[in-house]
Design a protein around this ligand. Structure first.
Ligand SMILES: CC(C)(COP(=O)(O)OP(=O)(O)OC[C@H]1O[C@@H](n2cnc3c(N)ncnc32)[C@H](O)[C@@H]1OP(=O)(O)O)[C@@H](O)C(=O)NCCC(=O)NCCSC(=O)c1cc(O)c2ccccc2c1O
Length: 144
């Protein structure tokens, strides 16, 4: 996905992730992508919810798209690859690939906007340069 090894988050499909058809429900993929994204941010030593002085900073999602290629089942161990697809002044779009034994089972994208939170209200602000640098290291090759 990137010019270096992508960040990979591993997850076992829980029984509670599956539906009556015995396959992982589509909402489970949203949670896997979110877990993978948080693990990715931690790997870059970036806060998921931070405080800078009096300001609270957050990464609310503004979109999510997912294509389901093949079903996954209870007890499957999937690898979720995470890369940065697009980096803008205030927003980052991630790209996720869910793989089982090397086979692509689902692919997704999701955009998070860097926001300050004031009395519960969100307002986008520029991503700090030190975060831009770290996120850039995971940018997909074609977008570099
Ligand atoms: C998020 C908003 C407050 C943004 O509104 P604002 O007016 O401040 O900003 P702009 O509209 O100008 O956009 C800034 C920037 O983002 C790009 N952008 C905006 N929307 C999209 C989009 N749909 N697709 C792609 N890109 C988009 C835009 O182009 C601008 O780019 P720049 O070029 O300027 O960089 C406002 O949109 C809002 O309040 N939205 C609702 C948010 C919401 O309720 N989301 C659902 C729940 S959030 C959530 O689930 C969540 C999950 C987590 O895992 C979190 C983890 C850590 C922290 C928080 C989490 C979280 O909240």
């Amino acid at each position: 996905m990137t010019d270096s090894t992508p960040f990979v988050y591993e997850r076992r499909v829980a029984f509670s992730d599956t539906d009556m058809a015995g396959i992982a429900h589509f909402t489970a993929f949203m949670r896997y992508a979110e877990e993978a994204e948080h693990a990715f941010l931690r790997s870059l030593d970036m806060g998921i919810m931070e405080k800078r002085g009096e300001e609270k900073l957050s990464w609310p999602r503004v979109n999510i798209h997912c294509d389901f290629h093949r079903p996954i089942h209870f007890d499957d161990v999937v690898q979720i690859e995470v890369a940065v697809k697009e980096l803008k002044e205030k927003a980052v779009t991630y790209c996720f690939k869910v793989k089982l034994k090397g086979k692509l089972m689902a692919s997704a994208t999701s955009t998070a906007v860097y926001c300050k939170v004031t009395q519960g209200k969100l307002a986008s602000v520029p991503i700090p340069p030190e975060f831009v640098e770290r996120l850039r290291s995971a940018l997909l090759i074609e977008d570099k």
